[in-house]
Design a binder for this molecule. Structure first.
Ligand SMILES: *Cc1c(COP(=O)(O)O)cnc(C)c1O
Length: 228
């Protein structure tokens, strides 16, 4: 199957998973086609099949690909962002999902100010406390959210999580549930706070069933990535 058929199959699986929800039943789910390590041709193919959102994990790769992509889509940065790349990141991305430190928030706020842009961001949470992963630890979350709220050029749209890669995605269900509860609690007292990004190829069905409303899927749409 090609990317277009795969994209539609993932959409159908998302719809099935959404029907299993006990909470947030009426909330729709946006599928982000993760195009990292794939060329512009495949990006176009996914967009022509209906993708409204694309995700890249590296600023440099996006800078090379986006100018050739003559399509209107929402562009998400899903990979770790270094403070020395905030300027191009603010120019290239509609949503930066990997905000995980005050230092990065300060740098992004400054870059957004000079670009005269209000930058949409998600706070990435390392809920499973995996040492090798990015994301703010739960005990540092409140300080970070207060810092982001005070930043004039950042708009906090929600939360992002990368679940541990387990043999069985079911093992991550409690984590997804916990993230949704955290999201709902914040959402009840905020405006413009509407995005919960969790779920990738191996676990998106469980994530959606537990209330993800943004999923980031690469392999299930485009096949295995070839790394140089
Ligand atoms: C690569 C990547 C994805 C997509 O992963 P697949 O397993 O190919 O679906 C999702 N989220 C992040 C943060 C990624 O880096």
């Amino acid at each position: 199957m090609g990317a277009a058929e795969n994209f539609r199959a993932v959409l159908a699986a998302i719809e099935d998973a959404r029907r299993q929800r006990t909470l947030a039943r009426d909330e729709s789910v946006t599928l982000i086609a993760v195009t990292k390590n794939h060329g512009v041709e495949l990006m176009r193919e996914a967009i022509d099949a209906g993708a409204t959102d694309i995700g890249e994990n590296r600023v440099q790769e996006a800078a090379e690909k986006f100018p050739a992509l003559e399509r209107t889509v929402t562009r998400h940065l899903i990979g770790h962002l270094q403070t020395n790349k905030v300027k191009p990141a603010v120019k290239l991305f509609d949503v930066i999902q990997s905000l995980d430190s005050e230092r990065l928030a300060a740098a992004l706020d400054k870059a957004a100010a000079s670009a005269k842009k209000i930058q949409d961001v998600l706070i990435q949470v390392n809920l499973a406390r995996e040492p090798q992963k990015s994301g703010v630890l739960p005990e540092d979350f409140d300080a970070l959210i207060n810092f982001v709220d005070a930043a004039e050029n950042l708009r906090l749209r929600g939360l992002m999580m990368i679940a541990p890669l387990t043999a069985d995605a079911e093992e991550c269900r409690p984590l997804f549930k916990q993230m949704r509860a955290m999201f709902d609690e914040l959402k009840s007292s905020r405006t413009n706070f509407d995005l919960l990004s969790m779920g990738m190829t191996h676990d998106y069905k469980v994530a959606v069933a537990e209330g993800a409303n943004l999923v980031r899927v690469g392999t299930a749409i485009f096949g295995e990535r070839l790394y140089q």
